[in-house]
Design a protein around this ligand. Structure first.
Ligand code: HEC
Length: 207
């Protein structure tokens, strides 16, 4: 083959390359492949509102206080719903830290103090003191609303009674479980006046 023919072949090859390249550029421009801000997957389990009786935008103060809910809570149901946490947490004594810290004995534990776990800056800044049942309930309801910037990428559990079940279960995973039910009943009996605002129409959730 003479050099003229070779030139033609080279030209065709080059042309094809150029064509593929510009197609690629055009495709990138059109489809913008999104690179995530954080590497890895976000495991956010969406939570359906409890039932038709419950309104859509449920503000935190709509829920009855945890003490009241704990009186009706059930540790077996809590064990079922803790399955929503096990992708990231262990609950047994000496369990390892995973995406989230081990939660054995977390009620009454100083926030953000599980040895060897690297808490987010936002969490370390916001979390002070020991976890109370009420605070865990508020946190788990919507972690990223309770502590903006937390690395607990969990959508939350909207149903207050389910959170109470879960807290009873958490309480059982401890060296010294507290008698939360008795405490709840005492509290509910002691100051009926203080409980009043939480009752009423907001109280119509299935339990
Ligand atoms: C997608 C993973 C993930 C899921 C699911 C998850 N968590 Fe977490 N959790 C985390 C991470 C990460 C942290 C640490 C938060 C930080 O450092 O900002 C955390 C922190 C916590 C803390 C604070 C612990 C401490 O040492 O102060 C509690 C309490 C907690 N989670 C409870 C729960 C419960 C209860 C559930 C299930 C209803 C749950 N989490 C589901 C990832 C998760």
């Amino acid at each position: 083959m003479d050099s003229f023919e070779l030139n033609k072949i080279m030209g065709a090859v080059l042309g094809t390359c150029l064509g593929v390249l510009s197609l690629n550029i055009a495709a990138n421009a059109i489809f913008h492949p999104a690179t995530p801000e954080k590497p890895g997957y976000e495991i956010a389990v969406p939570e359906k509102p409890a039932g038709d009786g419950e309104q859509k935008s449920a503000p935190a103060q709509k829920d009855p206080p945890i003490a009241e809910l704990l009186a009706k809570a059930d540790v077996k149901r809590g064990e079922v719903s803790h399955n929503k946490c096990i992708a990231c947490h262990t609950f047994d004594k000496g369990g390892r830290n995973m995406v989230g810290p081990n939660l054995y004995g977390v009620i009454g534990r100083e926030k953000g103090t599980e040895p060897g776990f690297n808490y987010s800056a936002a969490f370390k800044k916001a979390a002070k003191g020991a976890w109370t049942a009420q605070e865990i309930s508020d946190f788990v309801k919507n972690p990223r609303a309770y502590i903006p910037g937390t690395s607990m990428t969990f959508a939350g559990i909207n149903r207050a009674s389910e959170r109470a079940d879960l807290i009873l279960f958490l309480n059982s995973k401890s060296d010294n479980p507290k008698d939360l039910k008795a405490a709840a009943q005492a509290q509910a009996g002691d100051k009926p006046g203080e409980q009043a605002p939480a009752q009423g129409p907001a109280d119509n959730q299935p339990k």
